[in-house]
Design a protein around this ligand. Structure first.
Ligand code: NDP
Length: 290
């Protein structure tokens, strides 16, 4: 059984399992900290190598949870964090990254993302990312919540060809990126990281996880609704995968459930049925953001 993987942007040889782990709302006391740590460690054991966090989440506490989960196993994980747009200046990004590294208890990030477009000129942010790369503090950089125009603007900035990824909201009930952003990124060989892949935010219509029709379709294939959603999000297009989904799960059973979706390839009939239930828009819509 081959597991789904995605190659990152053209400037990095990194290939990762197509499902990783989110951390938004960790470190806030919604679940016991020990359970959040155990869930992340279970994910690593199940092959969910990529852990996505941000200085924003729980004011840095989510990064601290990740740091604790990684004690003695940093090399097993591919750690992604994000800088606030207002911290993404030449000196601000360096300071923000150093603070993230401290909370994460590591001396490097695998990937550092600009969390969303802001007012600091991209030239300045990319220059800071380059300095962080040269200092060995980040291995790669990328962006998040960038729509097509933002990606086009980025592509004219020196050094932007090294952009490894754009992380955006993408799930079965929010398919707007399929019209223009995803084709643009595929053309430029910049993969997508899909946040909220279990559709717990953003989108229109019924919540797919709780939609009886989707639940019935999942059951037909001996899948959970979450596995169906994840297998759909990471499905290859024209034979190649370009999406890494990053579900957040503080419940170890959810982690197991999500990891199994790495083994699932949906057939054409199932994909067509999902298109009927949750059609993609036919014209461009603004990028969905939470
Ligand atoms: P998700 O779509 O990942 O949904 C998370 C919810 O789904 C949690 O309540 C979780 O419960 C539950 N869940 C997880 N696995 C299962 C399962 N197998 N069956 C049923 N329920 C399940 O939403 P998020 O908003 O957390 O997005 C994922 C990640 O994306 C974030 O954590 C963050 O890292 C990133 N993100 C990035 C943004 C950006 O601007 N770049 C914005 C938003 C998110 P439980 O925790 O109890 O297991």
């Amino acid at each position: 059984m081959s597991l789904a993987t995605v190659s990152l942007g053209i400037s990095t040889p990194d290939t990762l399992p197509a499902i990783g782990q989110g951390t938004w709302f960790m470190g806030e006391g919604r679940a016991p900290r020990s359970r959040e740590i155990a869930a992340l460690q279970r994910g690593l054991e199940r092959g969910l190598r990529l852990i996505d966090t941000a200085e924003m989440y729980a004011d840095g506490e989510a990064e601290s949870v990740v740091g604790e989960a990684l004690a003695g196993r940093r090399d097993q994980a591919y750690v992604v964090s994000k800088v606030y747009p207002w911290n993404a200046s030449s000196s601000g990004a360096i300071a923000a990254c150093e603070a993230s590294l401290k909370r994460l208890n590591t001396d490097y990030l695998d990937l550092y993302l600009l969390h969303w477009p802001g007012n600091v000129p991209l030239e300045e942010t990319l220059e800071a990312f380059e300095r962080l790369t040269n200092a060995g503090k980040i291995r790669h950089f990328g962006v998040s919540n960038f729509d097509v125009e933002d990606m086009q603007a980025l592509s004219s900035v020196p050094g932007s060809s090294h952009c490894a990824v754009n992380q955006v909201l993408y799930h079965l009930a929010s398919r707007g990126i399929e019209v223009a952003l995803r084709p643009w990124q595929r053309q430029h060989r910049i993969p997508l990281m899909a946040y909220c892949p279990l559709a717990q935010a953003g989108g229109v219509g019924p919540d797919p996880l709780r939609d009886p029709e989707l639940q019935a379709l999942a059951a037909e294939h001996q899948l959970s609704p979450a596995q169906l959603l994840l297998a759909w999000a990471i499905r290859p297009i024209d034979g190649s995968r370009d999406v890494i989904a990053i579900p957040k799960a503080a419940t170890p059973d959810h982690v197991d459930d999500n990891a199994k979706a790495l083994e699932v390839t949906l057939d054409e009939a199932t994909l067509a049925r999902l298109d009927e239930l949750y059609p993609a828009p036919s014209t461009r819509v603004p990028l969905d953001i939470v």
